[in-house]
Design a protein around this ligand. Structure first.
Ligand SMILES: [Zn+2]
Length: 344
């Protein structure tokens, strides 16, 4: 089968690889119909050391179940499914509490394993716990939005929950990538009164406004902090979604939270230490969030997608065939595209 393999920085190709197939009785084999490229795929794209065998890529997919192992109970061949970026058993203490990314039997698709979704097919471990059957066909108009439940929409929602977004609260979203844009959708959905998007790409902040952002802040650093305080009566926002993961963006997130506010971080941290720690201490800022258990939020968000209340699939501004995946990485890395959908 054809699959995306990254061999080193700026070297990603579609190659012939052995066909995916069932290994464990709890596996499902999924024929991928739609995958996508993630902002997090761009870190290895820029920095990966060259390896002989390469790494399989992709952790977001919608597809059709081809075959199920003997122990799979809830899925059958022909089901259209969405695949969250982590697999999980659905039964352990952490899965039952909605923290599937900490499942002791779980793991991640994409670079850390041989299970890549930017491919014609993918083996899905622990299929009963991991996959969610969709009540629509794989050619339905809602598929791009349902595909975002694999990662970016679930991650934005997780950030909003961690930042304690709710009715009447003021919110800032740091980062105008696909996760930040989905964070705006999530904040609006949870009833936020004011939503400030912080970013400097005009096309992205324009989309954020369509998603419900009330204000745009293009400044960075001290200028950004000053501007957010001006927009919020001098004290900053109740809730901040940190959707970048860099030291500067985290420091800004902490400094624009009002005393007693909360930062929900969903940008993968690129530093070991947390900046602005003293300010966070004296202002009693709650810092929460982490790897998003996308699986926990699929059903709730799916209802809003199918009900036409949210349309996170609008973050996809380009669609490409699998064979053009390298061009997709380039376009996202050069900021020509917010997020690329791959039609397989
Ligand atoms: Zn579990």
């Amino acid at each position: 089968m054809r699959a995306t393999v990254m061999f080193g920085a700026f070297d990603v190709r579609v190659e012939d690889v052995p066909d995916a197939g069932l290994v464990e009785p709890t596996d499902a084999l999924v024929r991928v119909t739609h995958a996508c490229i993630c902002g997090s795929d761009l870190w290895p794209y820029k920095t990966m050391e060259r390896t002989e065998g390469g790494h399989r890529m992709g952790h977001e997919a919608v597809g059709v179940v081809e075959e199920t192992g003997a122990d799979v109970r809830t899925l059958k061949a022909g089901d259209v499914v969405v695949m969250p970026f982590a697999f999980s058993d659905g039964t352990c203490e952490f899965c039952r509490r909605g923290l599937q990314t900490s499942c002791p039997h779980g793991g991640f698709f994409g670079i850390s394993s041989e299970l890549g979704a930017q491919a014609e097919a993918v083996r899905v471990p622990l299929a009963d716990g991991t996959l969610v059957a969709l009540p629509v066909g794989s050619d339905d108009a809602s598929i791009p939005s349902l595909l975002t439940l694999s990662d970016v929409m679930g991650t934005g929602h997780h950030g909003a929950l961690a930042a304690r977004v709710g009715p009447g609260r003021t919110v800032a979203v740091v980062g105008d990538g696909a996760v930040g844009l989905c964070g705006v959708i999530a904040a609006r959905r949870l009833g936020a009164e004011q939503i400030i998007i912080m970013g400097r790409h005009a096309d992205r902040t324009a989309l954020a406004k369509e998603f419900g952002a009330t204000d745009v802040v293009t400044e960075r650093g001290d200028g950004a902090v000053e501007r957010v305080r001006e927009l919020t009566g001098g004290f900053g926002v109740h809730s901040v979604l940190e959707c970048v993961g860099l030291e500067e963006s985290m420091a800004t997130a902490i400094r624009i939270a009002r005393p007693g506010g909360a930062v929900g971080r969903v940008g993968v941290p690129q530093e070991e230490t947390l900046p602005a720690s003293e300010e966070a201490f004296y202002d009693n800022i709650t810092i929460a969030g982490g790897a998003a258990p996308a699986r926990a939020h699929v059903e709730e968000l799916m209802a809003d997608v199918l009900g036409g209340r949210i349309e996170p699939g609008r973050v996809f501004d380009r669609t490409m065939p699998l064979e053009d995946v390298a061009e997709g990485y380039r376009a996202m890395n050069d900021r020509e595209s917010i997020k690329v959908m791959i039609q397989v």
